[in-house]
Unconditional design. Structure first.
Length: 70
């Protein structure tokens, strides 16, 4: 988890807890609008979350390019 947090500093990354107290899904909450588009990203595993956050980063970069075109 530390690696994800270091790579994606624009998000707060944490693990959800299931009703039985065990670790659940991986969650990333957006704190820096330049780092993503969706406010919350939820995935089953850390690699899936990493791929989703890379996609979020790309979406945010594309949005910035569109804004500059105006």
């Amino acid at each position: 988890m530390r690696g994800l947090r270091e790579e994606f500093t624009g998000h707060r990354i944490w693990r959800a807890l299931r009703s039985d107290g065990s670790s659940g899904e991986w969650v990333a909450t957006l704190h820096d609008p330049a780092a993503g588009v969706d406010a919350t990203v939820i995935c089953r595993g850390s690699e899936e979350l990493r791929a989703a956050l890379v996609h979020e980063r790309q979406r945010a970069a594309g949005r910035s390019v569109e804004k500059r075109a105006w």
